[in-house]
Ligand binder design. Structure first.
Ligand code: FPP
Length: 253
């Protein structure tokens, strides 16, 4: 049965974030090289992006390369950068057709120039699209992002544009790399690890966390629907009591 029939399309999260884990382990189980797993992972990326666009998700953030991933063997890093360039080049037309707008978060300048060029072109070509916002986290970690935010805050303070008493509520959020996007309501991690791994630490404060043992190269739309069904069974309280939520939101009763 297509699980989509059971998903309440009126109660979808606006923003889904995914830690795409398990490419290496999946490839090893198949007796293949880790890079084979990354190549197969692109097939899942395509299916999940298209599905999110189709069902009306507004934001999808994919953790594609972390600051820490630079420490991997040089051959794997090179293969991942090459895969990124080739994938963007090949898929940009599909993104345009599906009304998907591309964004990138992370330490952009640390990426090879060819990646920067390809990503900038794809961002420009999709800038007018109004459907799904696809946010690729590349050379990203929350440590990097929080350091950047703090550095920019100090610079603004020194320039007289920010006072200590201004720092309250959503002020810090304005300095994050993700300031233009709402925070994710659902974070999915594949491949059985129960960690956040320096991903959107500030933004995931109230996100529902969903972990699955499925490796990323096998994660397909039915797996996404499973995650959405699980999300829709959760009661999101934001610090309030269950009774308060049920009074304000009778469909939870
Ligand atoms: C984690 O698996 C995956 C990555 C570090 C890279 C993710 C990249 C892709 C899915 C392909 C390229 C993406 C785009 C957007 C074009 P792992 O290598 O850590 O797996 P392991 O934990 O089993 O070793």
């Amino acid at each position: 049965m297509d699980l989509l029939q059971s998903v309440d399309l009126a109660q979808l999260p606006k923003h889904i974030a995914i830690i795409m884990d398990g490419n290496g382990r999946w490839a090893k189980e198949k007796g293949q090289d880790r890079v084979y797993g990354h190549h197969e992972g692109v097939i899942s990326v395509r299916e999940i992006v298209n599905t999110c666009a189709e069902i009306g998700i507004s934001y999808l953030t994919l953790y594609a390369f972390s600051t820490e991933n630079w420490k991997r063997p040089q051959a794997e890093v090179n293969a991942l950068m090459e895969l990124l360039v080739n994938t963007i080049r090949r898929e940009v037309e599909e993104l345009r057709k599906n009304n998907v707008r591309l964004h990138v978060i992370g330490d952009f300048k640390s990426l090879p120039e060819i990646c920067q060029k390809e990503l900038n072109e794809a961002k420009e070509l999709t800038a007018a699209n109004t459907g799904l916002n696809l946010i690729l986290a590349l050379s990203y970690s929350s440590t990097w992002e929080i350091n950047e935010a703090a550095r920019n805050m100090v610079a603004d303070a020194l320039a007289g544009k920010l006072k200590p008493e201004d720092i309250k509520g959503d002020k810090f959020h304005e300095y994050l790399n993700t300031s233009a996007f709402p925070d994710p309501e659902l974070m999915i991690r594949t491949s059985g690890e129960h960690r956040i791994s320096n991903f959107l630490l500030y933004q995931l404060a109230y996100a529902e966390l969903y972990f699955t043992n499925v490796h990323w190269p096998e994660f397909r739309k039915q797996n996404l629907y499973e995650a959405l069904l699980n999300y829709q069974q959760r009661e999101r309280r934001f610090g309030k009591t269950s009774e308060q939520i049920q009074t304000n939101n009778p469909q939870h009763v």
